[in-house]
Design a protein around this ligand. Structure first.
Ligand code: FAD
Length: 281
């Protein structure tokens, strides 16, 4: 089912995973998915790297998940290293595999330094190309509550986002630690005439070092008091602090009327499970 349809029916609950590189990683992911399946999961999504070598593992992971689960599986697709004909053929494969939902992204620069060159520069062009496919996929896009770091200005960022999102079905945000960034984003989009659902992305900070690295890349402001507490805590306390902080954020988002919650899991289940139980989801 299309995620847009799920969003129209009820608040969604979703989880993001990355395709593992090793058999051990695959085992860990399978276990995380089995544990999270105890919840009322609306959909999961599978990331992809912008380097060409990661396209195939994402496709395989998505196509393996679809027949084995009752929740929807959304494939991330990036502009990077894709031609128009490659996107058409990828969409053929996803249609044949029963995939209904695509997240269309520009892509992060690959860590191995490989080129991002392809036939598309911006995610909005990818949305247009996916719309040309004969199968009618539901299309999601990325939104950046704290403004995308390469944007020339806040105003331009919001204008491009409103255009992109108007052509898509929904957005999922980059993670953030202060709910007011999300509230402002939704209000600014509404002021531009865009009322499409924007699902907040939530990152429980169980690995402060790794999350800080992503936050630096995305221009996400970290909560220095939270980081100080996490850095001083032992492993057991770290998990409780991470869940408590994410719980407070989620409660504010739900109170505001967020259409769903999307958790960045890093292929781990414990924090998301504890958080969802604490939220009564
Ligand atoms: P775009 O919408 O193309 O925007 C990029 C920049 O260009 C922005 O500054 C925007 O304002 C500007 N812009 C847009 N249109 C125009 C235009 N017409 N003219 C001039 N400027 C314009 N990355 C990955 O590599 N793999 C993933 O799986 C992945 N998953 C993600 C999932 C989520 C939920 C999110 C929020 C991000 C994800 N990312 C992923 C990261 C994302 O690819 C990067 O943040 C990337 O730098 C921007 O992607 P975008 O789709 O928002 O780009």
């Amino acid at each position: 089912m299309a995620i847009s349809e799920l969003l129209a029916r009820q608040r969604t609950l979703s989880f993001e995973f990355f395709p593992p590189k090793t058999p051990w990683g695959q085992k860990q992911l399978n276990q995380a998915i089995a544990e999270l399946s105890q919840l009322d999961v609306s959909f999961v999504s599978v990331t992809t790297g912008a380097g060409g070598s990661s396209h195939e593992p994402t496709k395989q992971q998505v196509l393996d998940l679809v027949p084995n689960h009752s929740f929807e599986v959304m494939a991330h697709v990036t502009c990077a290293q894709h031609s128009r004909s490659q996107i058409a053929s990828l969409m053929d494969d996803y249609e044949a595999g029963g995939v209904e939902n695509i997240l269309a992204l520009a892509g992060d620069p690959p860590q191995d330094g490989s080129s991002m060159a392809g036939e598309f520069s911006f995610a909005s062009e990818l949305v247009e190309e996916i719309r040309r496919h004969p199968h009618s996929f539901a299309v999601g896009v990325a939104a950046h509550p704290e403004v995308h770091p390469s944007s020339a200005s806040r105003e331009l960022d919001r204008r491009f986002l409103a255009q992109k999102l108007s052509a898509a079905d929904f957005a999922i945000t980059q993670f953030f630690f202060d709910a007011s960034y999300y509230f402002r984003l939704v209000e600014e989009l509404a002021a531009l005439g865009c009322g499409k659902p924007v699902i907040p992305g939530v990152m429980p900070v169980t690995s402060p070092g790794r999350v800080k690295h992503f936050a630096d890349m995305n221009g996400t402001e970290i909560d220095s008091i939270l980081w100080e507490r996490l850095e001083q805590a032992d492993a057991g306390d770290k998990m409780s602090i991470a869940v408590e902080a994410a719980h407070k954020l989620c409660a504010e988002l739900l109170q505001f009327g967020a259409p769903g919650l999307h958790f960045y899991t890093m292929n781990q289940s414990e924090a998301s499970l504890r958080l969802c139980r604490a939220l009564g989801l």
